[in-house]
Ligand binder design. Structure first.
Ligand code: ADE
Ligand code: ZN
Length: 336
């Protein structure tokens, strides 16, 4: 079996995926036309040409602009359904998917519109391809803590369709502590907690996310390597890092994939996982991320099996659900 077929056959979870980041330029144009939204681009090629980023903020500016074409419940349905079809084709069996409500509520599009679209697509995709998916509500960290609390109150009627809260958007200068109250409210309602930290920001933001927000996973976390004690803590406590190799190169966190610290952290016992972040913008879905990093860092099949196992262990599935998927991974590994 070639490497791509082997990776595809391994049951995997995708744990770091922004649904708004799956908006391909073709769909952006289709929805812009459907909704009468003006785009600052003339063609799909112009859009792709604009995807040259110098850092996280240069990407976010375009990403928030793109999301403006999402207007109706059907738009959110289509976005989610197409992503889940794509993920299932890559061998993703479980997806825990970020969405950014404030990007939509700020434009006057309310929770009923996007939540009904997302959940209807998730239910249809489960029936169609057997893929399991749940939603993680992300607070935008460039906005005030009070805005996150207000967003949480708006989300409460939908809390049974949301498994966790997260924190995303521009990291540097926006440490996690401001969001402690919003996370406390979500935690009291029984939701899980994750947070972007250590993508561009310092190790102190990872520590803040763990200790102040109660984050159970760290999204990205690549900058933990600047603090060897933190790396030891992450490994000892089995705190997952949801890494996104193609994203890190596109946003210039690393100059080249060959410089990525994923393998080093794996060898140090950190529970590293591979994910696609915003695949429409960064040039590849989850299988492409596995393939690219495997090639760049010379990962062998044992490493790939470990990464797939890690992705399942890091989910918020129940122990029996995890055991079932891990057994399937073992069967593929034994046969591959
Ligand atoms: N929103 C979408 N993608 C993001 C990323 N990689 N970091 C922070 N916020 C984001
Ligand atoms: Zn992200």
């Amino acid at each position: 079996m070639d490497t791509a077929s082997f990776i595809r056959a391994l049951p995997k979870a995708e744990l770091h995926l922004h649904i708004e980041g799956t908006l391909e330029p073709e769909m952006m144009f289709e929805l812009a036309e459907r909704n009468g939204v003006d785009l600052p681009f003339a063609t799909v090629d112009d859009v792709r040409a604009a995807y040259e980023f110098s850092d996280l903020q240069s990407f976010l500016d375009i990403y928030y602009q793109g999301a403006a074409v999402l207007v109706t419940e059907q738009d959110f349905y289509d976005l989610m359904f197409v992503y889940l079809e794509r993920a299932a084709a890559d061998g993703v069996r479980r997806a825990e998917i970020f969405f950014d409500p404030q990007t939509h509520t700020e434009r006057g599009i309310g929770f009923p519109v996007f939540m009904d679209g997302f959940t209807r697509a998730i239910d249809d995709a489960r029936d169609r391809w057997g893929i399991s998916a749940d939603l993680i509500l992300c607070f935008l960290r460039h906005l005030p803590g009070e805005a996150a609390i207000e967003t949480w109150h708006q989300a409460v009627p939908y809390a049974d369709r949301i498994i966790g809260v997260g924190l995303d958007s521009g990291e540097v200068g926006n440490p996690p502590e401001r969001f402690a109250e919003a996370y406390r409210l979500a935690g009291d309602a029984g939701l899980h907690a994750v947070a972007h930290a250590g993508e561009e920001g310092p190790p102190a933001y990872i520590i803040g996310a763990l200790d102040t927000l109660g984050a159970e996973r760290i999204d990205h976390g690549v900058r933990c390597s600047d603090d060897p004690e933190l790396v030891e803590r992450l490994a000892a406590d089995r705190i997952p890092l949801t890494m996104c190799p193609l994203s890190n190169v596109k946003l210039r966190v690393f100059d080249r994939l060959e410089d990525h610290n994923l393998k080093d952290l794996l060898d140090r016992g950190v529970l590293v996982t591979i994910n696609s972040d915003d695949p429409a913008y960064f040039g590849g879905y989850v299988l492409s991320n596995y393939l690219a990093i495997a090639e760049a860092l010379d990962l062998n099949r044992d490493d790939l099996v470990t990464l797939a196992r890690n992705s399942i262990e890091a989910t918020f599935l129940t122990a029996p659900e995890k055991a079932g998927l891990l057994a399937e991974i073992d069967a593929v590994a034994a046969g591959g």
